[in-house]
Design a protein around this ligand. Structure first.
Ligand code: SAM
Ligand code: SF4
Length: 355
């Protein structure tokens, strides 16, 4: 019973967290102050990346974190052990581009060995999958999302500022050759004025390959702060365009799922839509994030962070670490405010948060 397992939280966190009472309830399900059980973690392992996707990074001049500020694998493993004991079930490795972190498969193996972890996933731009797919699967990564914004070489290059579509598609094919890697998701950010011509080719791609293609609405997390509501090509617009050519049937939504999924009516594959702007799914959000420099973020759009690296490096024991996490998660934002008057874009870009 998740709800009754955490009776002391509201009193304890009305002001300064009541660590003693929290410790007494040690390792019960992590809950926020709105009653949501938190079971999903996006863990960034680096802010670095070789691509410069227009919706994410600037063409040049990106400033990187100092290496000494990144959590070490050992620090990450310790944090994960505590979080998994608190009910985190699914961990997604992301970045930046996680495969630029040397020896990522070693970290994956360390995390996959944590008792109670249900799923270890990876989001990648695919550039190094030819090299790493085998090692990652062998290490225990169970789910893969590969980002591909266009299936046409020049347009892919225009969006990512790197002429490497062939290599990414070869990486995807390498991954797909491992039965354990399926189902594989292919994510495309949808931007008005760019993605319209990609929609039907991607639908065909999803019908001809064993991939679930998912369109993600463009969010205001770009380095250039150039986002406007007009740039968002909504999932519903894309769904309607595909449905007109290849009829779609809705699938039931799994609680806390980010994507609305549809199957092609003739049974040839499925397609998904992640619509955080036009159809926010904050109400049953079960996610938190930890940045590569160890900052806990309770929402993609958080304007405050909790410094777990300082706790990890400051000599705190696991109970103290747990108490800091509980205090921060208890204050998790109810919802994002994209589109509301006064919305403030976080300083960090998507690449520095971990998408
Ligand atoms: N480098 C890896 C990749 O691209 O898959 C992992 C990190 S990337 C920040 C994670 C996901 O966020 C990718 O699917 C990317 O397309 C998406 N993303 C980045 N910036 C975005 C934005 N402004 N709006 C929506 N999605 C975005
Ligand atoms: Fe790199 Fe991923 Fe951002 Fe593209 S979306 S620049 S691949 S971190």
């Amino acid at each position: 019973m998740v709800g009754s397992a955490y009776p002391s939280a509201p009193g304890g966190f009305a002001g300064r967290p009541c660590y003693r009472r929290v410790i007494a309830a040690a390792r019960t399900q992590l809950l926020d102050g709105h009653g949501r059980a938190i079971s999903d973690l996006r863990l960034s392992v680096t802010d670095r990346c070789g691509f410069r996707c227009r919706y994410c990074m600037p063409a040049e001049g990106m400033r990187w974190l100092d290496r000494a500020d990144l959590l070490t694998f050992e620090e990450i493993e310790r944090l994960m052990r505590v979080l998994v004991q608190m009910g985190i079930r699914d961990v997604r490795l992301t970045g930046g581009e996680p495969l630029v972190r040397r020896q990522l498969p070693r970290l994956a193996a360390m995390l996959a060995a944590i008792p109670g972890l249900h799923e270890l996933a990876l989001t990648t731009n695919g550039y190094q999958l030819e090299r790493d797919a085998h090692a990652l699967i062998h290490a225990g990564v169970t789910r893969f999302n590969v980002s591909v914004d266009s299936l046409q070489r020049e347009r892919f290059s225009e969006m990512t500022r790197r002429d490497v579509l062939d290599k990414v598609l070869r990486g995807l094919a390498t991954l797909a050759s491992f039965p354990q890697a399926h189902p594989i998701k292919v994510n495309a950010v949808a931007m008005r004025g760019f993605t319209e011509t990609e929609v039907i080719p991607f639908a065909r791609f999803a019908r001809e390959h064993p991939y679930e293609v998912r369109f993600i609405e463009f969010m205001p997390l770009d380095a250039d702060h150039a986002w406007t509501p007009d740039d968002v090509l909504s999932g519903e617009e894309i769904r309607a365009a595909i449905h007109a050519v290849y009829p779609l049937e809705p699938e039931p939504r799994t609680p806390s799922a980010t994507a609305r999924t549809f199957r092609f009516a003739d049974g040839r594959g499925r397609i998904g839509f992640i619509n955080p702007v036009s159809e926010p799914f904050c109400a049953d959000c079960n996610r938190i994030r930890v940045t590569a420099d160890g900052q806990l973020r309770t929402c993609l759009f958080s304007l405050r962070e909790t410094d777990l690296r300082a706790v990890l490096r400051g000599g705190a024991d696991d109970d103290e670490l747990e108490a800091v996490v509980r205090g921060a998660v208890w204050r998790k934002e109810l919802k994002h405010h994209i589109g509301d008057p006064g919305f403030v874009q976080p300083d960090r870009t998507m690449s520095a948060i971990g998408g």
